[in-house]
Design a protein around this ligand. Structure first.
Ligand SMILES: [Zn+2]
Length: 96
């Protein structure tokens, strides 16, 4: 009898992350911390309130960033509100 080993890895840095059936390709926390806008400004994603809702803020001047698209090491990613709170980020194009 074979047991499937459920492992998954960050699509950017390849570090092992916790397995998630719902988010099979999510970025690790460290890579999420390197998120940039298309013009290279650091941006951070979070929840609008304890009831959820995704918000994004420029780290340099704390202005709202009205998009869920970001780039991590040049890879286009999208942030979304995680099912049980928090934020997950995944590449737009699936990794190889
Ligand atoms: Zn990573």
């Amino acid at each position: 009898m074979e047991t499937a080993i459920k492992q998954q890895f960050c699509p950017i840095c390849k570090i092992e992350v916790g397995w998630s059936e719902r988010y099979p390709n999510y970025l690790c926390g460290e890579c999420m911390g390197r998120a940039r806008t298309i013009d290279g400004r650091p941006v951070v994603f979070g929840n609008a309130s304890i009831n959820g809702g995704l918000v994004a803020t420029f780290l340099d001047n704390r202005e709202a960033y009205l998009s869920d698209v970001c780039f991590v090491d040049g890879v286009e990613c999208r942030a979304q509100e995680a099912r049980f709170g928090g934020v997950v980020m995944m590449p737009v194009s699936p990794a190889d």
